[in-house]
Design a protein around this ligand. Structure first.
Ligand code: NCD
Length: 337
């Protein structure tokens, strides 16, 4: 399957007229549907699902940058953000995306809820399901929790990050961003750099990228590379300087201090010296290489201000594409044919 078509220029085929785009969305949709009912892992998707999501993301992106953002595709539907961990980008993009689709979106936060009285996450989810929620988006510090919830309730569930396990929507729009910037996936070299051990983003990227034809590389301190990681790739490195010049994508990760990751490295300074992208490493990368990061970036540790301000950096594209791909996914999961 070819993904080569996803470039910025593709947006030009739409005039930006809302009705035209809504028409296109419905047309693409009419003949295809997702093969899964909840998104827990990137392994739930087949390549047709990925292609459908990308096709719709292109159109949603055109809408997102136009004046007519608001649609009525999900009018009358309710979406609940069930977040038991902190979030800026993920929570906001699901909430705002749901609103642009015309749905009522509600943010559940643990603080002030019955969870503080001892109710389990599963029982909380069941309560929200009993209020006829049409979609539950779940973030939790425990791996597997969205899977358990999806088994118990009727509404579709999207995993918005479960512990160190997976963050599937992040990997999907990251793949879209790679394709949009660099064209066809095949033969591209992508290196995930840093705290791979604690990163659910890496968990999803490692499962998805090789299936798209990408050559996956991992680079980080030995203490932050999980056991068994060689099932995803044999390209494992410890010295970033040796390989950085060959990479098409350098995907940086922060040290997840909330998961006790500081115990695995001598200091943040040392981590930055060995794995951060600063002025010196800017001079080592390929001319067309791109820098990516799921956010939040720890400025001057993961990436320097110079790297963040350089034309290599595509973090803004990731954020916009995340918002657009999540709109496509929410629409597909709620409004099934
Ligand atoms: C990531 C997460 O929460 O897993 N952030 C995000 O969703 N954009 C990565 C991180 O927190 O480092």
């Amino acid at each position: 399957m070819s993904f080569a078509a996803y470039k910025q220029a593709d947006l030009e085929k739409f005039s930006g007229d809302g009705a035209e785009i809504e028409n296109y969305l419905r047309q693409v949709r009419a003949s295809r549907n997702l093969s899964f009912t909840s998104l827990i892992s990137v392994d739930d998707l087949n390549m047709e699902d990925v292609k459908l999501l990308f096709d719709l993301t292109v159109a949603f992106k055109k809408l997102a940058v136009s004046d007519r953002k608001k649609l009525s595709l999900l009018r009358g539907k309710s979406i609940i953000n069930l977040f038991f961990e902190n979030s800026t980008r993920t929570k906001t993009s699901f909430e705002l995306g749901g609103k642009h689709l015309g749905a009522d979106t509600i943010n559940f936060s643990e603080k002030g809820s019955s969870a503080e009285k001892g109710e389990t996450v599963g029982d909380t989810a069941k309560t929200l399901d009993d209020m006829a929620a049409d979609l539950i988006i779940c973030r939790n510090s425990q791996a597997g929790m969205p899977y358990l919830i999806a088994r118990e309730i009727d509404a579709p569930v999207i995993n918005a990050g479960d512990g160190r396990h997976e963050h599937p929507t992040q990997a999907l729009f990251d793949a879209f961003t790679i394709c949009e910037n660099l064209g066809d996936f095949s033969g591209l070299k992508v290196c995930i750099v840093g705290d791979i051990l604690h990163s659910r983003v890496a968990g999803s990227l490692m499962r998805l990228l090789p299936r798209l034809g990408i050559e996956l590389h991992l680079c980080g301190p030995a203490t932050l590379l999980p056991e068994g990681v060689d099932q995803f790739t044999k390209n494992i490195h410890y010295d970033l300087d040796k390989i950085i010049g060959e990479m098409d994508v350098i995907y940086s990760l922060r040290v997840q201090s909330e998961r006790d990751a500081m115990r695995y490295i001598p200091s943040k300074r040392e981590y930055s010296k060995n794995y951060g992208i600063g002025v010196r490493r800017l001079g080592l990368v390929k001319q067309n290489a791109i820098f990516m990061h799921p956010g939040p970036v720890i400025r001057e540790v993961d990436l320097s201000s110079e790297a963040l301000g350089s034309s290599h950096c595509k973090i803004d594209d990731q954020v916009t594409n995340g918002f657009c791909l999540r709109m496509a996914l929410m629409w597909l999961l709620i409004d099934r044919i």
